[in-house]
Design a protein around this ligand. Sequence first.
Ligand code: HPA
Length: 293
Amino acid sequence: MTEEQAAAGTPEEVAAGPAGEQPSRPTVPEAVRAAAAVLESRLAERPVVALVLGSGLGGLADEVEDATRIPAAELPGMPVPRVPGHSGAVVAGRLAGVPVLVLAGRVHTYEGYSAAEVAFATRVAAEVGCRALLATNAAGGLNLDYDPADLMVLTDHINFLFDNPLRGGPAFVDLAGAYDPGLRAAAVAAGEAAGMPVRQGVYLAAAGPSYETPAEIAMFRAWGADAVGMSTVPEVIAARAHGLRVAAISAITNVHRPGGTPTSHAEVLEVAALVRPRFRELVLAMLPVAAEA
Ligand code: HPA
């Protein structure tokens, strides 16, 4: 333990908050357990893999077999998307033969939620027994070798959200090797087998909701980031705190080139739709590997 950690207290003391403080509402673990109890009572089978679907991939939730769909509003404490037209739900059932819990309608910190709220559903998934998290997102390419419609498996991340889902505990979770090497290798192999090369790179989560300035792009690139998005990192950190194996894939919807074209949400959605079939194929190929062990 470093001196700094010793001064801060044990992880349990840090999680408990300032001495003498009486919580007026349930602690995060209590709230997670309460939502998990409601969810569990509705599940026919224990899910093994939690799937977080990003922009353009939501359709996979409709492919779940023997699906039980539970609106987020029926799970106490579960945040609901503030984007019009997205109700938010968890869908339990089977995909590629694997018992899954699809967290459809993820929320983002740019909607005004804290990283802890964003990660709430992931913690509930862990509580009901999921052992792996597979997250997807749309991202802008920073690596100049990338092209729009590329797929990228995350090797690591940079948290530039100015928030962390573990504020309030548990503290000091190790994030080296957060992105499971076995799952990454499976993604690359599945991509090769299907004739769709998969990039491997570092994802930077920016707070948004505005897109990045040219100066930010230059800085993020200098920091070693290959892609920039506005999601995924809260879910990944929470999943690691709960010991889940993690894999994440980005659909590169646009590439930030010096002197290039402006970024637009319409372009992001358009390219995400183009990538969807390959993205879907990759996720389905990874699910059985994620379900192992
Ligand atoms: N920046 C941030 N988020 C994104 C981008 C981007 O360029 N493209 C898709 N999501």
